[in-house]
Write a protein that binds this ligand. Structure first.
Ligand code: HEM
Length: 468
């Protein structure tokens, strides 16, 4: 196979693709236009990655799912968080065993059950604050700000364990992590850098915060004791996979890799889960008839309890459909990417030849808007996710958690967290959009609302908050 790409696509430009993306109004709109014009497999200029190939058809995506490498330049911005190799792009031999440990923990019921009580307490604390605010006519609430902060607190409790022994100071960890994100990753999105002195100051703050976080992980590791078979309460069970750090220790993971894993887990879980819930509440605000059905389901399953038990979640089937449909319309992580490790051919007739070393771009959001699989793709229709409707679509038509061996290890945990947050908040409140505020999605590290999502919250009659 030659190195030239014989795949349809627009003329190449000297600016590396920046102009075409901004003229289209962003990468997503550009992807929609490209795929409408050139078909399911398109060659285009992706800034930072040269000429990439975008694939929007779920059946063709199946053929790419086995690619087990990501293009390093696109993920270089994560390097400051990692001491032992950028976890997004480590090679397959290192990635496979690491992924297996993560999946055993994140996807397993034991870890969800172990942390569920803490999660409920954190969500209810936010609901109590909103309820007090509503009684004092403090309005509106800013969903994105409050819910991303909540999901950071939840993942901090999950990844670092209980706070009863004083090893972890959650508020300090949360603050330090925000500093790290603002100073390292925020730079990517800041139009202009501040003065050099200010930038230096910011960098010093970030280094201090990062080193505080790493020391905290070390303290948690030390508190587990050197022997992997004992947990912090002295329990002896080598097969226990409910505690992330213990599982990593048991797998012989190096201290630096454990620190990196905690950092990357907090990063991957924090904004994604928070925006998934904010976009869902935003959509429910615009579709009161759907919100009403969710509330009825919650009243039926929870009765007069204000929060579900872990076992209740699987009975909240309509809520689950609503969340999935929301992540279709607003996928928190709208894109992914791989790098081919060998020449490959896509299409039933082998019409698309992709040489080794090519960036394959995953336009998750455009896949979710593909009219071949989603009639009237702009409409919010949770019934698209009844078991019957799901069975009729290709597996990869809905991919908010990505594809294949580099897909999201936290998908199961994220669904538990998001369902719990929605269940508690929708049991207790009605949400109404603030008139005159236009909610505008912008593509950052996650799919973000430019000026947040302000909403008015009103306690429901049957919501039974502690003050109600
Ligand atoms: C609604 C919430 C979430 C969404 C929508 C989401 C989505 C994603 C997506 C799209 C990717 C890239 C997949 C690909 O390239 O194919 C990813 C990767 C990842 N996510 Fe999530 N995520 C969420 C929550 C979480 C949580 C809660 C955790 C951890 C507890 C987590 C851990 C990870 C990790 C570790 C990766 C890197 C995967 C790898 O390189 O092996 N995510 N996530």
């Amino acid at each position: 196979m030659g190195s030239a790409l014989r795949i349809p696509g627009p003329e190449l430009c000297e600016d590396g693709g920046v102009g075409a993306i901004s003229a289209a109004g962003g990468l997503h709109l550009y992807q929609l236009r490209l795929h409408a014009e050139y078909g399911s497999v398109v060659r285009f200029q992706l800034p930072g990655a040269g000429v990439a190939v975008s694939v929007s058809d779920p059946l063709l995506l199946e053929d790419t799912a086995r690619i087990d490498e990501r293009p390093a330049p696109l993920f270089a911005f994560l390097e400051p968080l990692c001491e032992a190799g950028n976890l997004q792009v480590i090679g397959a031999e290192e990635h496979g065993p690491w992924r297996r440990v993560l999946l055993e923990v994140f996807a397993g019921r034991p870890s969800h059950e172990r942390h569920f009580g803490e999660f409920v307490a954190l969500v209810e604390a936010l609901a109590d604050r909103w309820e007090r605010g509503s009684a004092e006519s403090v309005s509106p609430v800013f969903l994105q700000k409050d819910l991303t902060a909540l999901s950071l607190r939840m993942i901090c409790a999950y990844a670092l364990g209980g706070t009863d022994d004083g090893v972890v100071e959650p508020e300090k960890v949360v603050d330090a992590f925000e500093v790290v994100l603002t100073e390292y990753l925020g730079r990517t999105y800041r139009a202009e850098e501040g003065e050099a002195d200010e930038a230096d100051e910011g960098m010093k703050r970030a280094e201090l915060a990062l080193s505080y976080l790493r020391d905290t992980v070390d303290r948690v590791v030390a508190a587990h004791g050197d022997a992997p078979q004992s947990d912090r309460s002295g329990r002896d069970d080598r097969s226990d996979r409910s505690d992330l750090i213990r599982a990593l220790l048991a797998a012989g993971t190096s201290p630096a890799r454990i620190r990196d894993t905690v950092m990357v887990t907090m990063l991957a879980a924090h904004h994604t889960t928070g925006v998934a819930v904010s976009w869902t509440l935003h959509l429910l605000g615009r579709h009161p008839e759907v919100a009403e059905r969710v509330a009825e389901e919650l009243d039926r399953v929870l009765g007069d309890r204000s929060a579900p038990d872990y076992g209740d979640l699987r009975r909240l089937t309509y809520l689950d459909m609503v969340l999935k449909e929301s992540m279709r319309l607003y996928p928190p992580g709208p894109y992914g990417a791989r790098e081919t490790t060998e020449d490959m051919v896509l299409g039933a007739d082998g019409e698309y030849e992709i040489p080794v070393g090519t960036t394959v771009f995953y336009p998750f959001w455009a896949v979710h808007m593909n009219p071949d699989h989603w009639p009237e793709p702009e409409r919010f229709v949770p019934e698209r996710f009844t078991p019957e409707a799901v069975a009729e679509r290709p597996r990869l038509a809905h991919i908010p958690f990505g594809i294949g061996s580099r897909s999201c290890e936290g998908a199961g945990l994220a669904m538990v967290e998001a369902q719990l947050m929605l269940a508690v908040l929708l049991k207790r409140f009605r949400f109404r959009a603030v008139e005159g505020h236009e909610v505008t999605p912008v593509e950052r590290f996650v799919l973000w609302a430019a000026e947040d999502i302000p909403m008015t919250v009103t306690p429901r009659a049957g919501g039974r908050g502690p003050n109600g």
